[in-house]
Ligand binder design. Structure first.
Ligand code: HEC
Ligand code: HEC
Length: 163
């Protein structure tokens, strides 16, 4: 009776052990933004991307693009009480700071009413303006500038006209 009880206990255990042995011990982790490695491994984070050192304002890719920020914005606080960006880019400070003033669009609210101060819609500058780094793109990008699109369009029309 006792032997029977033990064997009925061991059999399922042995089966379980077999099933576990089949599973890979440390399966490879899904390829996320930080690819490679296994579930059990902790890979060190890649080095932080460096801010681009190219001086001067950047050419826009299309006319309505929010210009990218050509300087570092580390520790520039923007919250309900203060906005560091405006200490240089506001109408009052821009000339002294030698910075371009925010454009007229930043004074219009969503009903196209022109306000005396920066519109609340435009208060959080980094919603639209971002600095650039030397990081590799995370996903492929086939973006073409408006000039490339126009050139290709003209070329296509030229080919069509010749027929
Ligand atoms: C200490 C002054 C100062 C502060 C603070 C500052 N900027 Fe600037 N910013 C400048 C100057 C000067 C330039 C022009 C740089 C040049 O011409 O090379 C500039 C350029 C820019 C441009 C490019 C404009 C264009 O037409 O190409 C953007 C966008 C910008 N800043 C956004 C910001 C934002 C957003 C913040 C806050 C997070 C900020 N700046 C804080 C001084 C400042
Ligand atoms: C909702 C998006 C948005 C927000 C928020 C925003 N901007 Fe802009 N900004 C733009 C766009 C789009 C342009 C280019 C077209 C234009 O001038 O309206 C621009 C242009 C600029 C320029 C260039 C002006 C010129 O005459 O060349 C500066 C400087 C600037 N923004 C600074 C700022 C600062 C500082 C803030 C925060 C107080 C801010 N922006 C918030 C979208 C935004």
């Amino acid at each position: 009776m006792k032997r029977l009880a033990i064997s009925s206990l061991v059999a399922p255990l042995a089966l379980f052990a077999l099933a576990v042995a089949d599973e890979p011990r440390d399966p490879s982790a899904p390829d996320g933004l930080r690819p490679g490695g296994t579930i059990g491994e902790t890979l060190s984070a890649p080095p932080m991307a460096r801010q681009s050192r190219e001086p001067g304002r950047r050419v826009l890719n299309y006319p309505e693009q929010p210009p990218v920020i050509p300087h570092t914005i580390r520790d520039y606080q923007v919250d309900r009480r203060s906005n560091r960006c405006l200490t240089c880019h506001s109408r009052e400070n821009a000339v002294d700071a030698g910075a371009p003033m925010v454009s007229i669009s930043h004074f219009r609210d969503r009903h196209q009413q022109v306000l005396a101060a920066i519109s609340p819609d435009r208060y959080f500058c980094t919603q639209c303006h971002v600095p650039q780094t030397d990081a590799d793109p995370l996903v492929d990008n086939e973006f073409r500038t408006v000039d490339q699109v126009l050139t290709e369009m003209l070329e296509r029309e030229g080919e069509g006209g010749g027929q």
